[in-house]
Design a protein around this ligand. Structure first.
Ligand SMILES: [Zn+2]
Length: 124
């Protein structure tokens, strides 16, 4: 007996599992001689000699910019959403406190601010 596949019996198509792992990078420090430093400055690159040990200053994620020891066991927050860039979940964050002016204070007019600078005469 064959049973026709209905929407209830059919297995839903599996979505490809999203990779939420971190993209680890290391900030390195390499001591070089003055001649090599000049060459590396001019070429914006440096070829590391084979077998040279590099002192790792920090290991962190390229995407979320968080250090390894803080988020090694968590998913990459940059791949989930970018809440880490704005200080976390906006719905649970405390509202900004607006300071109350002292009693008897009145707002005073401030001078106009030239924000673009295009109206100024050119000076040397
Ligand atoms: Zn990450």
């Amino acid at each position: 007996m064959t049973q026709a596949l209905t929407e209830e019996t059919a297995t839903p198509a599996k979505e490809p599992k999203q990779d939420l792992s971190h993209d680890w990078i290391v900030a390195a420090e390499i001591h070089i001689d003055p001649r090599t430093a000049k060459r590396a400055f001019l070429r914006h690159s440096y070829i590391i000699p084979k077998g040279k040990r590099i002192h790792a200053l920090e290991v962190y994620c390229k995407n979320c910019r968080r250090p390894y020891d803080d988020v090694a066991d968590k998913v990459c927050s940059a791949k989930v959403n970018n809440e880490h860039l704005i200080g976390g979940d906006q719905s649970v964050r405390a509202k900004r406190k607006i300071p109350t002016p002292p009693p008897g204070a009145r707002p005073a007019a401030a001078p106009a601010i030239d924000r673009r600078g295009s109206d100024r005469p050119y000076r040397l």
